[in-house]
Design a protein around this ligand. Structure first.
Ligand code: SIN
Ligand code: FE
Length: 334
C-alpha cells in the first residue's frame, strides 16, 4: 500500500510563504533510494512493506480495543503548535541552573480510551491533543504481533548499507487533524513511516542554520527554530526570508527518510481524521572525520562550542556576548 502524488495534493494544509522544492518520491527497489540516503539527502520511499502490517489495521478503534488500559504520553496545547521542550533545561528547585521558561504545551499520562474519547469529542476552543509514545513490549500482544511483522529486513539493510548505529526507538504518533510539530532538527537518522492519514513534511538542510535561528543550546527549546512559521517576525529574523527547503506529503505506506540534523516541520492534514505515524530512530554512523567537513558536522561543532562555553562561563547570558566579542569587527570585517 502506498499513496500517489495526486491523492496527496488534494489534502488540506496550512499556507506558508517559503521557497520549497518537491522531495523525490522513489520506489523502494530503485537504487536511487540508497544513493540519496548515502548522501544524507531526503527521499520519500514508496511501496515498501516497512509498516504494511500496521497500515492494514491500526486505527483509533483498533488501539481503543487493544490498548485501552495502558497509560500513554499525551501532549496538550492551546493552539495547533506542539513545540517540543526539554524539561531538564527548565529552571526548578532541583535545577537551579535551568532557564526561566513558561511552556506552551503540557504533558499528561492518559489511557488510550480517554485520549480517543477526548479526540472524538473535541470542539473548537478545546485544548488540542497529540499522543507521542515509544512502542514497547508492554503494549500488548496484538500490537506486538504487528510490530514483529514490520519489514525489519528492509530497515536493517538501509541501516547496514549506510553504517548507521543501533535502532534507539520507535515512537508512535497519533495526531489530531491540523496539529503541527514546529521546525526543529534531531540528532538521529529517521525513517518516518506513515500509517494512517496524511502529513505534510517541510525539510531544510543543515546549511540553512542561519536562516532558521535555532534557540541557544542551553534553552529548553534547543534544536527548535525561534521563527514562528505562522507569522514570521522578519525584523527579528530577516534571513528567514531567504530560507530554502523541500516538502512532501506522506500517506499510508510511505516512508520519508529525514536525514540526521535536517530541519523538519510536520503537520497533519486539516481533514480526514487522526493521523498515525511510527518513526524509526537510528544513531548516526560513528564519525570518521573526512575533509571537507559536511554541513551537519559543522552544526555538531557549533553545538559543542556552545556547550563548552556554557560549562566554563557558568552563566547562559554570557555565552552570546562572548561569541559576539570574538567575531564582531574581526571576522565580520576582515
Ligand atoms: C511529527 O510527526 O509531528 C513530528 C515528527 C518528528 O519530529 O520527527
Ligand atoms: Fe523530529
Amino acid at each position: 500500500m502506498t499513496t500517489n502524488k495526486k491523492e496527496c495534493e488534494t489534502k488540506k494544509f496550512r499556507k506558508y510563504n517559503i521557497q520549497l522544492e518537491q522531495i523525490q518520491r522513489i520506489h523502494y527497489q530503485d537504487p536511487k533510494v540508497n544513493e540519496l540516503i548515502k548522501n544524507n539527502q531526503p527521499v520519500l520511499i514508496t511501496n515498501s512493506s516497512l509498516v504494511k502490517s500496521a497500515c492494514e489495521k491500526w486505527n483509533t478503534d483498533f488501539f481503543e480495543k487493544y490498548l485501552g488500559k495502558i497509560n500513554h504520553t499525551v501532549y496538550l496545547s492551546n493552539d495547533h503548535n506542539f513545540k517540543y521542550f526539554d524539561e531538564k533545561k527548565v529552571l526548578s528547585e532541583t535545577n537551579p541552573k535551568g532557564v526561566e521558561f513558561t511552556p506552551k504545551t503540557r504533558r499528561l499520562d492518559m489511557e488510550m480510551s480517554e485520549f480517543i474519547k477526548k479526540v472524538k469529542e473535541w470542539k473548537s476552543g478545546d485544548e488540542r491533543l497529540y499522543l507521542q509514545h515509544t512502542l514497547n513490549a508492554t503494549m500488548g500482544n496484538a500490537i506486538v504481533a504487528d510490530y514483529v511483522k514490520f519489514d525489519w529486513r528492509f530497515a536493517g539493510e538501509i541501516r547496514q548499507k549506510n553504517n548507521w548505529g543501533e535502532l534507539t526507538s520507535n515512537v508512535l504518533f497519533i495526531s489530531m487533524e491540523g496539529n503541527v510539530t514546529p521546525c526543529h532538527y534531531d540528532e538521529q537518522q529517521n525513517l518516518f513511516a506513515q500509517i494512517q492519514g496524511y502529513k505534510r513534511c517541510i525539510l531544510f538542510p543543515p546549511n540553512q542554520f542561519e536562516c532558521l535561528y535555532p534557540h541557544p543550546v542551553y534553552h529548553p527549546h534547543d534544536r527548535q527554530s525561534m521563527v514562528d512559521f505562522d507569522k514570521p517576525d522578519y525584523s527579528k529574523y530577516p534571513k528567514f526570508k531567504d530560507v530554502k527547503g523541500c516538502e512532501t506529503v506522506i500517506g499510508p505506506g510511505d516512508v520519508l527518510y529525514i536525514p540526521i540534523y535536517w530541519w523538519h516541520h510536520v503537520e497533519s492534514s486539516m481533514e480526514g481524521g487522526p493521523t498515525i505515524t511510527v518513526n524509526f530512530w537510528y544513531k548516526g554512523s560513528p564519525t570518521t572525520i573526512e575533509y571537507p567537513l559536511k554541513d551537519y558536522q559543522k552544526v555538531s561543532i557549533m553545538r559543542n562550542v556552545e556547550k563548552m562555553l556554557l560549562e566554563v562561563l557558568q552563566d547562559p547570558k554570557e555565552v552570546g556576548p562572548l561569541l559576539r566579542k570574538m567575531v564582531d569587527g574581526r571576522y565580520t570585517n576582515p
